[in-house]
Design a binder for this molecule. Structure first.
Ligand code: MRU
Length: 330
C-alpha cells in the first residue's frame, strides 16, 4: 500500500478515502483548490494525515509560485477541529524564507516523522493496554479510522492493534461503523482485513451491548485535538463510548502524536467542533431517507472529558495534563 499522502512530480498524491473499500485509487492534487476540496470531502482525513496535507499544501503553493501565505490560511481553515492541520501548515510556512525547496524538504521530513511518532505512540499505548487488561488474547474496540489511512503510514490507535497483533495478542477487533460517513465500516475494516486481523463490524449503537456482555477488554481511539487539561476532541460517538466504558469498567485509551496536543487551549470546551452538511444524514448513498426539509444536528466530533479517559498516549508516553509541559514523559 502507498502512503495515505505523499508528494510525486509536483503534485500531492492521496489514496482517495471516499472510494474505499470498493475501489483503491490514487488522486493527484495539483492546485490548492483541489487540495482544500479533498480535505473538505474527506478524500484525505484523520488528524495526522491532515498535518501532512497542511505541510504539503504549503509546499505545493510554493512550487506553483502562488500567494503562499493566503493559500496557507485557506488550507488551515479547510477543517477546524484537527489541531494537526494548522500545525502542519505552520511548520512548512516557517521554512518559506529559505525558499520552496526548503519548504518541500520540511514537509517531507514531517511525513517521515509522522510514521515514526505514531509507531512510538502506539508502542507505548500497547504496553499500557497490556498492563490495564489482564485477558489474553485481547478483544479491542475501535471507533472511526485511526490506521494507516488516517496517518501517513502506520496508525495511532489502530497502530496499537498492529503492535499487539505482531505479538499474537489480539483475538479480534470490534469495529464501530462510525455513522454517518462510515470510516469504521469502510476504512478500518478494510485495513484490518488487509492485515489479516480478525474483526467484526457493529452498529455504533451496539457498543454498549458489547461492553455489557463483557466482549470488550479495551476501547482504543485516536484524537483530533487534545486540550491542555487532557480533554479530547475525536469523532462523534467517542464521548458516548467513554461514558459506556467507564460504566462497565473497561479501560479507555486515546493514542495520538503530540502534534495533536493544543497546549494553548485550557480545556475541551474551547475546541471548535466542525458541523457538517445536513445531507450526510438526510441521504443514504444519495437516496433521501428523511422527510423533505428535516432539520439535522451533525457535529463531526465530540469532547471526551479527561476524567473519563484511562490514558492519553503520545510518542512521549502517558500524557500528564497536570505537568506544565504537554506530552511530558511518564
Ligand atoms: O472526520 P475524520 O474522519 O477526519 O475524523 C477522524 C477522527 O476522528 C480520528 O479518530 C482522528 O483524526 C484520529 S486519526 C489517527
Amino acid at each position: 500500500m502507498h502512503r495515505s499522502i505523499d508528494w510525486a512530480d509536483g503534485a500531492i498524491v492521496v489514496i482517495d478515502q471516499t472510494a474505499l473499500p470498493a475501489e483503491y485509487r490514487l488522486l493527484e492534487l495539483r492546485t490548492i483548490g483541489e487540495l482544500a476540496g479533498a480535505i473538505k470531502r474527506l478524500a484525505v482525513r484523520g488528524a495526522p494525515a491532515l498535518g501532512a496535507a497542511g505541510a504539503l499544501g504549503v509546499a505545493l503553493s510554493a512550487h506553483l509560485g502562488g500567494d503562499v501565505r493566503a493559500d496557507a490560511e485557506l488550507i488551515a481553515n479547510a477543517r477546524p477541529t484537527a489541531a494537526n492541520l494548522a500545525w502542519g501548515v505552520e511548520r512548512a510556512l516557517a521554512k518559506l524564507p529559505a525558499g520552496k525547496d526548503a519548504v518541500l524538504a520540511e514537509a517531507l521530513a514531517l511525513l517521515t516523522e509522522d510514521e515514526e511518532l505514531n509507531k512510538a505512540a502506539s508502542a507505548h499505548a500497547a504496553e499500557i493496554v497490556l498492563a490495564e487488561c489482564p485477558r489474553r488474547p485481547l478483544r479491542l474496540l475501535s471507533h472511526c479510522n485511526t490506521g494507516r489511512l488516517a496517518t501517513v503510514g502506520w496508525g495511532s490507535a489502530l497502530g496499537v492493534v498492529w503492535h499487539l497483533h505482531e505479538r499474537g495478542l489480539v483475538e479480534s477487533v470490534l469495529v464501530g461503523e462510525t455513522r454517518p460517513l462510515l470510516q469504521g465500516a469502510r476504512l478500518t475494516a478494510w485495513e484490518l482485513a488487509q492485515a489479516g486481523v480478525p474483526y467484526r463490524v457493529h452498529a455504533d449503537s451496539a457498543a454498549a451491548a458489547a461492553m455489557a456482555r463483557g466482549l470488550v477488554d479495551c476501547v482504543l481511539v485516536g484524537a483530533d485535538r487534545i486540550a491542555a487539561n487532557g480533554d479530547v476532541a475525536n469523532k462523534i460517538g467517542t464521548y458516548g463510548l467513554a461514558i459506556t466504558a467507564r460504566h462497565h469498567g473497561v479501560p479507555f485509551v486515546v493514542v495520538a502524536p503530540s502534534s495533536t496536543v493544543d497546549s494553548k487551549l485550557a480545556d475541551g470546551a474551547r475546541i471548535t467542533i466542525e458541523e457538517r452538511d445536513a445531507r450526510e444524514l438526510t441521504e443514504y448513498a444519495g437516496v433521501p431517507i428523511t422527510p423533505p426539509g428535516a432539520e439535522v444536528f451533525n457535529p463531526a466530533f465530540d469532547i471526551t472529558p479527561a476524567a473519563l479517559i484511562t490514558a492519553v498516549v503520545t510518542e512521549h508516553g502517558r500524557f500528564r495534563p497536570w505537568l506544565s509541559s504537554p506530552g511530558a514523559r511518564s
